[in-house]
Design a binder for this molecule. Structure first.
Ligand code: MLT
Length: 404
């Protein structure tokens, strides 16, 4: 008789964005006349940039001719894309990352969930609180997180690093020593970020204690301030302690196209074993490569026209972010984020809990956001709005909230 992976049964509730989706769909069916504005999940709304569409059309035509047709993609990604990434995302920023340390995938969500597989179940993870739920849930599924406490909303074997208004939403070095440290900057969900010297402290700490940092830089394209690192490899010593996850979803609107990559430097070792070889083995065994058409689209992100068009797209979303920040601040809300990230983090008014505010906004303004408590206990009483809507919807949503 088969048995289940009982770790799955330990997961409380359903995936955050599925729960929100269900609630919103139920409300929409009960109120078909209402125009609901969705600023919940961080999903892009602008069409793909013309340079990307052109590259995809070209690749589709290649797939239609015998002499240019491609079958399975190389497991680790086509060289044309890995070279473009190494050149533009790393060498141009003075980071020492070579093309053969880049593993192309179908997105950072999968990589951030899968990366834990190459580590022992005995490893202790540390996460920011609040946190992107995938890091914790994938470790729960693997059986690395201990027992869940319903009251505190925490796992017994996870080290939580509270990110609160008091510490500027930047985690402090934990008192208990972790083996794996998940960091995401610019941060999802708080929209906060840290400066290069703060990140350098984390890198020094990881090298000192023998920990690995799993650094999620999915939102780096939204950085507007100087001295905010775009990559952890801008820090000295990161090659021996850090894995970096990147996505094309937010910088190029690929949430529906699917493309991302993970960097595993060859110097990152456990004894004599390079993590690079383990991740290569995992990728080779379980993955058949992102589609050729999509990888050509990814290459176009770095073309002269592509980069100009995408800067405009990022500026469009950041204009929304500024509108939300300014509008809600004027209306008396306590707001942060939205400067180096497309997320605005606000305090629910009048002592409401995160979910109370979610229900209140849905009901009275027909606006959907994400309850902060869905990202962890320190997110309670907070609420996240995304800047990824259209400008018109963003303005209308802010106006409706202001009118409450
Ligand atoms: C979010 O809303 O937090 C993100 O869009 C989720 C994701 O990128 O998977």
């Amino acid at each position: 008789m088969f048995k289940l992976n009982e770790n799955y049964l330990k997961l409380p509730g359903s995936y955050l964005f599925s729960t929100i989706g269900k609630k919103v769909n139920a409300y929409a069916s009960a109120h078909p006349d209402k125009k609901i504005i969705r600023l919940g999940i961080g999903d892009v709304t602008q069409p793909l940039a013309p340079a990307i569409i052109q590259a995809m059309h070209g690749a589709v035509d290649e797939m239609g001719r015998a002499e240019t047709f491609r079958g399975y993609a190389p497991d680790l990604g086509y060289e044309f894309l890995r070279n473009a990434i190494a050149e533009n995302d790393y060498k141009a920023r003075g980071c020492d990352v070579s093309a053969d340390e880049i593993f192309v995938s179908d997105g950072a969500k999968c990589d951030s969930g899968n990366i834990q597989e190459i580590f022992s179940l005995d490893n202790k993870i540390a996460v920011c609180d609040p946190v992107y739920p995938v890091y914790v849930d994938s470790n729960v599924m693997a059986g690395r997180t201990g027992v869940y406490d319903d009251v505190s909303g925490t796992w017994s074997d996870v080290i939580y690093m509270p990110c609160t208004e008091e510490n500027g939403f930047a985690p402090e070095l934990p008192s208990q020593t972790p083996d794996l440290i998940y960091l995401c900057f610019p941060n999802n969900p708080t929209g906060a970020t840290i400066y290069k010297e703060q990140l350098q402290e984390w890198v020094d700490y990881a090298n000192r204690t023998g920990a690995v940092i799993i650094y999620d830089a999915a939102y780096e394209a939204y950085i507007s301030e100087e001295d905010v690192p775009h990559s952890i490899y801008e820090c000295r010593g990161a090659r021996s302690c850090a894995i970096e996850l990147r996505s094309f979803s937010k910088n190029a609107g690929f949430t529906g196209v699917r493309l991302g990559f993970t960097v595993v430097p060859k110097e990152l070792k456990c004894g004599d074993v390079a993590l690079h070889s383990l991740w290569a083995r995992r990728h080779g065994t379980k993955y058949n490569g992102a589609p050729y058409i999509v990888q050509r689209a990814g290459e176009a992100v770095y073309s002269a026209e592509g980069s100009v068009q995408l800067k405009e797209q990022v500026a469009y979303y950041m204009n929304n972010a500024h509108y939300i920040l300014k509008g809600l601040r004027e209306a008396g809300y306590t707001v942060s984020g939205g400067v180096n990230a497309p997320y605005i983090w606000l305090k629910a008014p009048d002592g409401m809990s995160s979910w109370e505010f979610f229900d209140y906004l849905l009901e009275h303004a027909n606006v959907v956001g994400t309850p902060g408590s869905g990202f962890g206990p320190s997110g309670e009483t907070y609420f996240r709005l995304t800047a990824f809507g259209s400008y018109e919807n963003t303005v209308e949503a802010v106006d409706r909230i202001r009118a409450l």
